[in-house]
Design a protein around this ligand. Sequence first.
Ligand SMILES: [Fe+2]
Ligand SMILES: [Fe+2]
Length: 184
Amino acid sequence: MNIEEVKNDLKQILTEKRYNHSLGTMKMAKVLAKIYGEDEEKAAFAGLIHDVAKEMSKDEILEYVAKHNIEMDEVEEKQLGLMHAKLGASIAKEKYHCDEEIQKAILYHTTGNKKMDKFAKIIYLADKTEENRDYEEVEELRKKAETNLDEAILYTLDFTIQKSIRNKRLIHPDTIDLRNYLLS
Ligand SMILES: [Fe+2]
Ligand SMILES: [Fe+2]
């Protein structure tokens, strides 16, 4: 599938809002890839498809997980929405025939992970800084993302963890691990 075919495919799968978010992430991934010397077209593709599994229903998620023998940890079982990362990575492989670097970037884009490479960091930050995002910290985060990937990720983790605490939401261990790793 070329990029136009993938776009048409995503238009069928995603809501208009999520589709626009995907286009925004695609654009931002390209900008960051250029700054940090990664493959711009590849980053654009990963950004475009990163949320391919985001609109799946609870039943669809469970069905996919069973069919593909995908593991779910305790936090994912309680917060099924997190699974769109693992499922997205799987769909990237099966349906769009993406390489491992793209699969990993999609796998890590929600919780973060200390195993993220530069490419995965770019996709993680593109998702959080794309032009449709309008939360309080986004302007500051955009500046940081364009100057230092690790600092930008640490900043993201700090405010997302704080929000999770305020909203009494679970925090995935990979998120804590990544923060500890970046701090030490
Ligand atoms: Fe996502
Ligand atoms: Fe996203």
